[in-house]
Every structure is written in structure tokens, then in C-alpha cells.
Write a protein that binds this ligand. Structure first.
Ligand SMILES: [Zn+2]
Length: 297
């Protein structure tokens, strides 16, 4: 059945909202689940090895890439492989030429707090990244599993095994995730309780500049907001979150929903870069800074 809120919205008592998984669809309709989705190591590994997962990974691999020549080359390959159409890429260019809104106010770069090393124990997934003080929004501990495998994380990756494949140590990835959670995820989630993380750490591909394979970046969406609202919220994020790179990202494929890509560098010297991307490419050309509302794409 389609997703129907469990509350008595509009004065009508609906069927119980058993579990609203924000990114589970059937025939493009967001659906409720009768049971809270459960993640297991076996299920995660099975998902990662599925063919459809591999296809989607090809697309998201470009996320965070800022080398235009590399993106052009990759997008041409994706068009040739049928992963994305040339028409979709063209739609992005048209919207970029006439954005609904624009705000090119620069970010004042600033470092946040260094939370120190993560206490990595025997089970990497159980490593605590945030432990309060709790509030009405963040009522549980945030662990490595919370940001890499729980329901809502579209692209789950096992830090214990994939960190080494990425040329990182498990400790370094966990430390980076901790700094990201403390400086970006927690303050953002406190301000926007409907935020959910769709991806953070992931397996490295051929994009050498991506911060995802280092555990330094995450992708964030919000339950039920409009495309334009992503632009409005991006202005708050730019002004209130300390980050290395912030991308307001749009796509014309799949769900068509935008997302916020945010990274943090625990070593300091966070650049405060702000770009708007359309289908994984800077919508206004190489190095053009600013927020552009492309909800009209
Ligand atoms: Zn990203």
C-alpha cells in the first residue's frame, strides 16, 4: 500500500504508520512497511553485491567530484551504458540557465571542534560517534552503524572491511566519521528533525577527490519537503554549519529529489566551499560558487 501517515491527519483516522521508510518505493510510490527494516551484516553484503546496486553506485561515484573534465568523461560513459540519458543532462543545463532563485553569498570558512579519536572496540559498527547530551531529537547514541547501515542509509558499507580497501585504516575512517557527526550531522539534525542520512562512508571508486571513501562526507535528505525547500534550507546550512564542502545537489533521474552533500575535515582548514550541482556536475560551470534553486528542472 502507499505510505499513509498514521496520525489522524485531515480529521480522518488512517491506517497505522507502522514504519515510514523514507526511501522505499514500489512503482515510484513511497510505501509504508509493516515491520521496522532490520539490517544485518549478511543483508548489507548481499545488497552491496547486487547488480542494481552496482549500477546506482556508478552514478553516485561522481558525487563530490569537482574536476569538470573527469565528470564529462564519466557522464559520457554513463550515457553510453544507459545509466543516464543525454536528455536528462540537457534538462539540467536548461534549469541552470534560468534558476528559480539564486544566492551567491560566500561562506566564511571556519573550523568546528575536534572531538578527538573514536574509541574503536572489537565490533567496529558499535563504535560510538556521539553520546549526548541527548535532546528531544537525538535520543539515542550515534554509532558507526547508525550512519553506515541503518534503515535510511541507501548505500550501506561495512567500515571494518571497506576502510582497508579504500587505503584507509579503520581508525582513521571512524575518526573522520566522528568529526563529521559532531560538527555537521548533530547540529543539522537538531535544527531539522526530519533530516535523514542517505549515505556517508562508501567504497572508493575512480573519483580520487571524493571525501566519502574517507568517511569525511555524508548525503542528507529531508522527509516530505519540496524541491524548492532544499534550496531554502541550504541557505540555513551554509550560514550555520561548519563544513569543508557543501553541495546542493539536484538530479533529474530516479526519485528526482535533491540532497545536501556535506563534508568536514578533522585536520582543520575547512574550506567552506559552496556549490550547486545538477546531475553530479557544477550547474554554473567550473568553480562557480553559490546556491541556485533548480527545482524547475
Ligand atoms: Zn555526497
Amino acid at each position: 500500500m502507499p505510505y499513509v501517515p498514521g496520525s489522524s491527519a485531515h480529521g480522518v483516522v488512517h491506517v497505522a504508520d507502522v514504519y515510514h521508510s523514507p526511501n522505499v518505493y514500489a512503482n515510484f510510490v513511497n510505501i509504508a512497511l509493516w515491520q521496522d527494516p532490520q539490517g544485518s551484516q549478511a543483508a548489507v553484503l548481499q545488497a552491496i553485491n547486487s547488480p542494481s546496486y552496482a549500477t546506482e553506485s556508478q552514478v553516485i561515484e561522481l558525487d563530490g567530484e569537482t574536476d569538470e573534465a573527469v565528470i564529462d568523461q564519466k557522464q559520457a560513459a554513463l550515457v553510453a551504458a544507459g545509466v543516464i540519458t543525454q536528455a536528462d543532462l540537457t534538462k539540467g543545463a536548461i534549469a541552470s540557465a534560468t534558476p528559480a532563485n539564486a544566492d551567491t553569498t560566500p561562506k566564511v570558512p571556519a573550523d568546528g571542534t575536534d572531538p578527538g579519536a573514536a574509541a574503536v572496540g572489537g565490533e567496529v559498527d558499535a563504535t560510538i560517534l556521539w553520546n549526548g547530551p541527548f535532546d528531544s531529537v537525538l535520543t539515542t547514541q550515534i554509532t558507526v552503524a547508525s550512519v553506515t547501515k541503518v534503515p535510511g542509509v541507501v548505500f550501506p558499507y561495512d567500515v571494518a572491511t571497506v576502510a582497508v580497501q579504500n587505503g584507509m585504516t579503520v581508525q582513521d575512517v571512524c575518526d573522520n566519521l566522528k568529526a563529521l557527526v559532531v560538527n555537521v550531522w548533530v547540529p543539522l539534525k537538531q535544527h531539522f528533525p526530519d533530516a535523514f542520512m542517505t549515505c556517508s562512508f562508501r567504497k572508493g571508486g575512480s573519483n580520487p577527490t571524493s571525501q566519502h571513501p574517507k568517511g569525511m562526507a555524508c548525503d542528507i535528505q529531508y522527509k516530505g519537503i519540496s524541491k524548492s525547500e532544499y534550496y531554502v534550507r541550504a541557505q540555513w546550512v551554509r550560514d550555520n554549519i561548519k563544513f569543508d564542502q557543501f553541495l546542493l545537489e539536484y538530479k533529474t533521474t530516479g526519485t528526482g529529489l535533491p540532497w545536501h552533500h556535506l563534508s568536514y575535515n578533522k585536520a582543520g582548514s575547512n574550506r567552506g566551499q559552496v556549490f550547486t550541482f545538477m546531475n553530479d556536475k557544477n550547474c554554473k560551470g567550473p568553480g562557480v560558487v553559490g546556491l541556485f534553486d533548480l527545482a524547475n528542472a
